[in-house]
Ligand binder design. Sequence first.
Ligand code: AMP
Length: 269
Amino acid sequence: MKVLKTRKALISWRQRHRGSLGFVPTMGALHQGHLHLVERARRESSKVVVSIFVNPTQFGPGEDFRKYPRTLSRDLALLRKAGVAAVFCPRDASQVYEREDETRICPPRSLASILEGRFRPGHFDGVATVVYKLFSWIRPTYAYFGEKDYQQLKVIEALVRDFCLPLVVRAVPTQREPTGLALSSRNAYLSASDRQYAAHLHTCLKMAPSIREARKRILRLGFKIDYVEAWKTDLTAPATKPQGRVRWLAAVRWKGVRLIDNVLRDFDT
Ligand code: AMP
């Protein structure tokens, strides 16, 4: 497995590679959710490249950029075992951002200003910009994103659609602990018993008969709510009635940790 620490090394590795290429962008502190994306990529492409980069431009002031878990040597060992061909883990942010004031990608406001965007202004500009840069250097055949970050997936789909990028976005279902808690690098901030409790968020989203009732149950459990909302599956409009297939999405704070999750609810069956 090639460990590429500079943009130059990445681009020259890419130039030597022929055949289909699967790409999995991550911020590291890898867990089974990330490895599931890698497995999926391995099945579909002749080679897989993973990026590990805690992208500063997608964190707002006061967010956890500095304390975000960084476990590079463990991550590299996991990826080597998973059969990845190359990992791009830039040795510093200047490999990705050279200037203070540079071109930014702004996803459609109708998509980027709702849900997460309301609480993390500029977050999706940071995500779209870094992903666009990585796509340009890696030129993948397929790029893999988790439904765990459902709105991010929709932002990336819009980026690929609007710039007619020659690659296919693959959505991968959320991987969960047996309790139902969505796997996340930020779960490392929680103790084992807090993680157990945090799984109630998923139970509420999965079981409540209405979004109002879900919100009530989540509040009653003591979570602080940023949002608990029902949307059409393409996130173009709120889902006003529990009818057909809709996405329920939530962000809550629990013991100082921000948890996000979402489920597909199907009210026809
Ligand atoms: P992150 O390292 O958190 O930026 O995540 C990198 C990629 O892994 C994103 O596409 C995430 O949506 C995806 N991912 C994170 N957690 C999960 C999970 N529990 N199940 C599936 N995909 C995930």
